[in-house]
Design a binder for this molecule. Sequence first.
Ligand code: PNS
Length: 162
Amino acid sequence: MSRIAVVPGSFDPVTLGHLDVIERSARIFDQIHVLVVHNPGKTALLPISQRVSLIQESIDEAGIKGDILVTSWSVGLLVDYATDVGASVLVKGIRSQVDVAYETPMAIVNRNLAGVETIFMLPDPAHAHVSSSLVRQVASLGGDVAPYVPKAVANYLEKARA
Ligand code: PNS
């Protein structure tokens, strides 16, 4: 039986920290679905379709190997998507205790809803301070986000600013 995992998130935009978690997950699982999900608690910068394209470009650019599908989900529960594609695991990157506190209730609810387990993955500490919200803020104020995001994202944000 193949081991399938979903790596969900807002990815608004995808960062080097996300890419690290995607790469590590792709090494562990037979197939991963990188799933862009709208988070109603956050004000979006990029349209969902653009986030999907930027993730795909970033994976290609970084030469990340594996069976990786990048797509989005906007109808119903995240665990419905996971169940539909035969995934029993969600992978979430954890940078700090703050992330643990934010992710733990969702992990418990997702397990209760559908028996879908959540694995917390520690990314490279080099990316521990990087978040999409920080990138959005720096970009909106005209700062350089190149150290925090894949080239495809830096180029996109640069063009969007021009
Ligand atoms: O990158 P983010 O914003 O931290 O990702 C959070 C996300 C989108 C993965 C989370 O909000 C989510 O799982 N949304 C799906 C809605 C859902 O299934 N909710 C019920 C169980 S928590």
